[in-house]
Write a protein that binds this ligand. Structure first.
Ligand code: GAP
Length: 434
């Protein structure tokens, strides 16, 4: 089988697993879908929350030099004029004279011929990717606003507020997690290129002379977080971005690329934004030591939540075969898995098993770990398959022996092995493994 079709198969398997198991659905699906938008189901929300919490814990909660912010998505148009996005946040686009479809120039093979109908493509023109809207009832141009295309500006425009409120000394950072919107010409590859997605960004303010040292430091930090959440590091590659390909604000960019099933493409990025943004917003910093005014420079580690999910799904997806049956499972690290353990009574029509499983296993584990689910649907084999696809590391089953010896079966997702342990040891057993 050709590698390409194998990889297409893998994407199909992942997209269908995500729908089947309630991770991700197409946006507006019952009305035919809205391109570039996705809705997140129960386990998808849990996975994203775990990713975001792990990021916040590492980069905000466990540091002294980081200040969180949650800025409004709608901002005055002056923000986007100063940031250069009104003038320069555009992709070159061509339109087919026959079928009227539009394409990004860098995503088609022949700039003259439509990849869909073979028609003639027109001249390339710049297409601004910001979603424009009007704020309030007025319809004039002063009411124009944009949905933010990056969370970064929410931090720059709150730089002064943060300095005035917390008096941080350089170097220090601001961190934000939130939605960003880009009217992508051709959204594609499932979660990879969407029109509405989530970012986790840091703007780290440094003395200009120190930028290289901090750039190198953040490279290491970014890689270490990727490893902590379980991204397959053998698929991650660093790419120094050439000057002509960098964003308008960046003097140096390193992309971390990932080997997705559809090719090696950007996962996260690290940029040296110099004083570009603070200067354009006319912001400065007064050094408390020498009382001199200066404009700090910015190192920006940026992470896409959705690409983190996609790379984790591709890293975790495994199949093994037993007795001629293929078993797909998601080998998530327990800290990131949407569910830590599932609890089942062997038979759901035996009240004594249900009672024991509910009161002595499920309730105390739920109170301790939160991400614990009750699963009594179908036979045990079916429950295991379902939990394997959700990526649940442990399945606990209460059976008739439990009622006499207070032990339960704990099944390991990755090996399929089952062991019996004392009900009273369950909490510690799981704690040690997460
Ligand atoms: N503030 C800098 C910035 O926005 P970017 O490289 O344009 O830089 C940052 O975006 C990250 O956001 C990317 O590395 C990627 O993970 C994610 N991202 C960007 N565009 C995306 C899209 N259309 N769909 C999903 N994620 C996207």
């Amino acid at each position: 089988m050709k590698k390409e079709s194998k990889d297409n198969d893998l994407m199909e398997k992942i997209v269908s697993l995500c729908k089947r198991r309630g991770f991700v659905f197409q946006g507006s699906e019952i009305y035919g879908g809205l391109g570039g938008t996705f809705d997140w189901g129960h386990f998808g929300v849990a996975l994203k929350n775990n990713i975001k919490q792990s990021w916040w814990k590492k980069f905000v909660d466990s540091r002294r030099d980081m200040y969180g912010i949650d800025a409004a998505i709608l901002m005055r148009q002056e923000v986007w004029q100063a940031s250069g996005h009104v003038a320069g946040f555009a992709d070159p686009m061509v339109e087919c004279s026959k079928c009227k479809k539009r394409f990004r120039v860098d995503q088609i093979e022949d700039e003259k011929k439509c990849p869909e109908c073979g028609g003639k493509l027109g001249e390339a023109r710049q297409f601004n990717m910001m979603f424009q809207t009007k704020v309030g009832a007025s319809d004039d141009s002063s009411a124009t606003s944009y949905l933010r295309p990056e969370t970064a500006q929410g931090m720059f425009v709150n730089f002064k507020n943060t300095v005035d409120a917390f008096h941080p000394k350089l170097p220090f950072g601001m961190a934000q997690i939130g939605k960003a919107f880009r009217n992508e010409i051709t959204p594609r590859d499932f979660l990879f290129r969407q029109r509405e997605f989530e970012q986790m960004e840091i703007e780290y303010f440094v003395r200009p002379a120190d930028w290289e040292k901090h750039f190198e430091y953040w490279k290491v930090q970014m890689l270490s977080w990727m490893e902590e959440v379980g991204i397959d590091m053998s698929k991650v590659h660093e790419l120094e971005i050439a000057k002509e390909d960098r964003a308008h604000y960046s003097s140096r960019t390193v992309d971390f690329e990932f080997d997705y099933a559809f090719g090696r493409k950007e996962l996260f990025g690290l940029a040296y934004r110099t004083d570009f943004d603070l200067k354009n917003h006319k912001l400065e910093y007064i050094d408390e030591e020498d009382k001199l005014k200066m404009v700090p420079h910015v190192i920006e580690p940026t992470f896409g939540v959705d690409r983190a999910v996609l790379s984790l799904l591709l890293s975790a997806y495994k199949e093994d075969e037993k007795g001629g049956e293929v078993r797909p499972y998601l080998k998530f690290k327990p800290n990131i898995a949407p569910v830590i353990c599932a609890v089942s009574p062997l038979l759901k029509n035996k009240p004594e098993l249900v009672e024991y499983a509910n009161t002595k296993v499920f309730a105390p584990l739920k109170a301790e770990f939160g991400r614990v689910i009750w699963d009594d649907n179908g036979n045990i084999g079916k429950r295991y398959r379902r939990q394997d696809e959700i990526g649940t590391p442990f399945c606990i089953v209460v059976d008739f022996d439990t009622l006499t010896d207070d032990t339960v079966t704990v099944r390991d997702r990755d090996t399929g092995e089952q062991i019996r342990i004392k009900t009273s040891d369950l909490k510690n057993y799981i704690k040690e493994r997460i």
